[in-house]
Every structure is written in structure tokens, then in C-alpha cells.
Design a protein around this ligand. Structure first.
Ligand code: PBG
Length: 326
């Protein structure tokens, strides 16, 4: 039997019926707010290519974190922009460095009300802008970088981070960080592994957000956009090394990857709606070409529907505000 007995439109008749029939939902607890803090700022500094997003001062970051907690967001992911950079990214390991101080300040501000996360990667701290240290030929030295990631992770855990997000795509990074944390007594600090992170043109605005020094690209360590099965390999390795959650990044051009990972992952799956995804929707909306709120909500709902349990999005606080209105 089919039509006229079956009429899928019956479940679409009223807003209440559509709510009842919804397969996935958006809730503040699913959302993680990425936030930038820049050393030496006296006022928050708007990021041109990400309208509505700023480089924070300590005070404005603490306010944003308190607001995120009040809105019931799942977490906040912190990125630091230091005043001085060097070849090995030493400001990222310094307990007094901008990111580690910010982690401490935010943790004091929000306590355990919000999961406080730190980006474990050297690109914001190196003068060449790569995610690791360079070898004599100018390539990124995987194993020499791992040692620094381990120390950086311990510094962030000492500062008060609940969860660490290694985003550099070095082989073995999750295992080295896990061992370093355990050796320092941080057994309960968890790892959100950027497991399937693709080399993407959509990171463009982030480079402005962190005043990146990068020339060239990250194609020797981030994944190739042509590859689907390889994402599962990356996820399996990270799980074997001790990842507590796994992430796919970017989101919108990689929804198939999110679905694949969600189908096999025994741990929660996260997806990062990155700077270029944010910028595209903001730019189209600013031109009056799309409805801003509708497009934002649809984009994040699509990422959830693909299988992401949690979504990192620069709209996290705004979306939570909209959900509260409703
Ligand atoms: C690396 C890192 C990047 C992003 C998050 N962590 C940049 C990169 O890999 O080039 C990008 C996030 C975004 O574009 O919103 N520390």
C-alpha cells in the first residue's frame, strides 16, 4: 500500500508535530564555542573575515566564558595568540604564556560548569606558522614535535584544562600526550582528538584570527580531501592511543566522513564548523542573499544529523540564545 494511505505530510502539519517527529535536535549542551585570546590587547579586536568574532582580552574572554556557562553550552575551546613567536613555539609551553594563563583564568571563572578545552598545537606559537618544529630541510619533524606536544599538554592540564584538543595531525600525538598527562598525574584530563582533520581552503579566516605566519600549506600532515577510508584509519589509531572523543574537521564539506566515523566510533564524535564555513554564511547573509538565522541553524543541524554528537561553532552562544527564545 502506498498513496493515498501513506501521506508523509501528516507529520509536518504543525510546529508541534514537526518537533515531535524530529530525528535530531540542537541543544546548547551539544555546542562548543571556539575562542581566541591575544596577548597585549587592551580592547577586543574584531576579526574582519569573521564578522562578530573577536580576538579577546583577558577580561572579555572571561565574560564570554561566563556567558557560555550561563547559556548551558557544552564547552569552550581556547586558542592563544602570543606577542612573541619563535622557531619552536616556546610560548605555548610556558606556564605564563597567553594560552595557559587564559586556561587558568577561564577555569577559575567557570569552575566545572563548562568543559574548558585548550588547543594543543604549535602553529599559533611558531614564527614559521607550522604546527610543529622544522627539520633541516624545512619539513615538519613529526617525532621532535611530539615531545613538545607532550609538554604543552601538561602545561595546559596544570593550568586547569578539563580536555585537550591536539590539532596538529602529527602521527602518534594522542599516545604521547596521554602518556605525558598520566606521568604528570593528570589521569582525568581527557583528549578530544582531531582525528580526521583535512587540509582545507576553508581555514582561511582562522589564519587572520591567529595572525598566522604560515607560508605554504599543511598538506604533508593534514589529510587529503580525496580520502574517505583513511579517516577511519586515523580514528582507529587515535582510539588505540587513548582518545576520549574524536573529531572530524572541517564539517560542511566532510559530512560523509562524519557519518562514517559516527557509524563506527565507540566514543562521542565531534565536528568543527570552521572559520571559512562561518565566513561564507555571514557574507551571504550580509548581502541579503540568504536568511542568516535559518542558514546558521540548518548548517549546524545538518552536522548533527550527519552524526556529530557535539559541534564546535563560532555561533554557539548565539544559537543557544535563539534556542532559549524558543
Ligand atoms: C591548528 C588549528 C587550525 C584550526 C583549528 N586549529 C588551523 C589550521 O589547521 O590551519 C582552524 C579552525 C578554523 O578554521 O575555524 N591549531
Amino acid at each position: 500500500m502506498s498513496f493515498p494511505h501513506h501521506r508523509p505530510r501528516r507529520l509536518r502539519t504543525t510546529p508541534a508535530m514537526r518537533r515531535l517527529s524530529a530525528e535530531v535536535s540542537l541543544d546548547p549542551q551539544h555546542l562548543i564555542l571556539p575562542a581566541f585570546i591575544r596577548e597585549g590587547l587592551s580592547e577586543p579586536n574584531p576579526i574582519q573575515s569573521m564578522p562578530g568574532v573577536v580576538q579577546h582580552t583577558t577580561d572579555s574572554l572571561k565574560r564570554a566564558a561566563a556567558e557560555a556557562a550561563e547559556l548551558g553550552l557544552g564547552g569552550i575551546m581556547l586558542f592563544g595568540i602570543p606577542e612573541h613567536r619563535d622557531a619552536t613555539g616556546s610560548a605555548g609551553l610556558d606556564p605564563d604564556g597567553v594560552l595557559n594563563r587564559a586556561i587558568g583564568d577561564v577555569r577559575i571563572e567557570v569552575g566545572d560548569e563548562l568543559v574548558v578545552m585548550g588547543d594543543v598545537c604549535l602553529d599559533e606559537f611558531t614564527d614559521h606558522g607550522h604546527c610543529g618544529v622544522l627539520d633541516a630541510q624545512g619539513g615538519v619533524d613529526n617525532d621532535a614535535t611530539l615531545e613538545l606536544y607532550g609538554r604543552m599538554a601538561v602545561a595546559q592540564a596544570d593550568a586547569g584544562a578539563h580536555m585537550l584538543g591536539p590539532s596538529g595531525m602529527m602521527d602518534g600525538q594522542v599516545g604521547v600526550i596521554r602518556r605525558a598527562l598520566d606521568a604528570a598525574g593528570h589521569h582525568d584530563v581527557s583528549i578530544l582528538a582531531y582525528a580526521a582533520k583535512y587540509a582545507s581552503a576553508f581555514y582561511g579566516p582562522f589564519r587572520e584570527a591567529v595572525d598566522s605566519q604560515l607560508t605554504g600549506d599543511r598538506r604533508t600532515y593534514q589529510m587529503d580531501g580525496a580520502n574517505r577510508r583513511e579517516a577511519i584509519r586515523e580514528v582507529e589509531l587515535d582510539l588505540a592511543e587513548g582518545a576520549d572523543m574524536v573529531m572530524v574537521k572541517p564539517a560542511m564539506s566532510y559530512l560523509d566522513i562524519i557519518a562514517d566515523v559516527a557509524a563506527v566510533s565507540p566514543v562521542p564524535v565531534s565536528a568543527y564548523q570552521i572559520s571559512g564555513e562561518y565566513a561564507m554564511i555571514e557574507a551571504a547573509a550580509a548581502n541579503g542573499w540568504i536568511d542568516r538565522r535559518g542558514a546558521v541553524l540548518e548548517s549546524v543541524l545538518g552536522i548533527r544529523r550527519a552524526g556529530a554528537d557535539t559541534v564546535l561553532t563560532y555561533w554557539a552562544a548565539e544559537i543557544a540564545g535563539w534556542l532559549r527564545e524558543r
